[in-house]
Design a protein around this ligand. Sequence first.
Ligand code: 5GP
Length: 223
Amino acid sequence: MSLQHSGILLVVSGPSGVGKGTLIAGVRRRHPEVRLSVSCTTRPPRPGEQEGVDYFFVSAEEFDRLCAQGCLLEWAEVYPGLRYGTPRKPVEEALARGEDIVLEIDDQGAHSVRRVMGERAVLVFVAPPSFAELRRRLADRNTESDEQLQARLITARQEISHLDDYDHVIVNDQIEPATAELEAVLVAARSAQRAGRWQALRDRLLAEADALLRPSAEVASSG
Ligand code: 5GP
């Protein structure tokens, strides 16, 4: 019999450009067993992005079909005309196998996951040390036009206004300590009492205790 409990669903959210991906990659280097959910998006690939690794790049029609067929655990129109969604099956399968899985999704998606998965999901918000620094990081990334950059900053402001709804907030000022904080959340979540995660272990230990203690109880009662 295994000691395995059900897996952790770690939802990492926060403004675009805040460094969520970097922190998640850092945690996964230390915990390679943690899986990463690959989202579907209607956004076109950026140079260097790989199909099935960074995203599944799909047409608007394909995205409609995935929604209609219930294949997405959550989805959101993160920017006008651009939809992103989490494929349901890999998440459910990982959790059922007792594997931990990380979702890097926007604030709307994090709220949807909370609605669907309840307390089972651990919600982490990654915040920038300042709004000016967030703007600088996004601009340095050089992947968006001025107009897109502005749209991302407006969305960022909206996301920051929901920071209270999260279980944990990590300020990504410096990568190393922020990565260590995300790792600490994962490690703490593994031992946390959430949604009956430890029931199977409790039941097994009690059954073992009963089996082990029975002979002495019988001796005591016959004595
Ligand atoms: P980007 O276009 O920079 O790759 O991602 C833009 C935003 O979309 C990020 O803030 C990211 O968290 C969010 N995002 C990526 N995948 C998903 C997803 O599956 N669902 C939701 N709701 N948001 C996502």
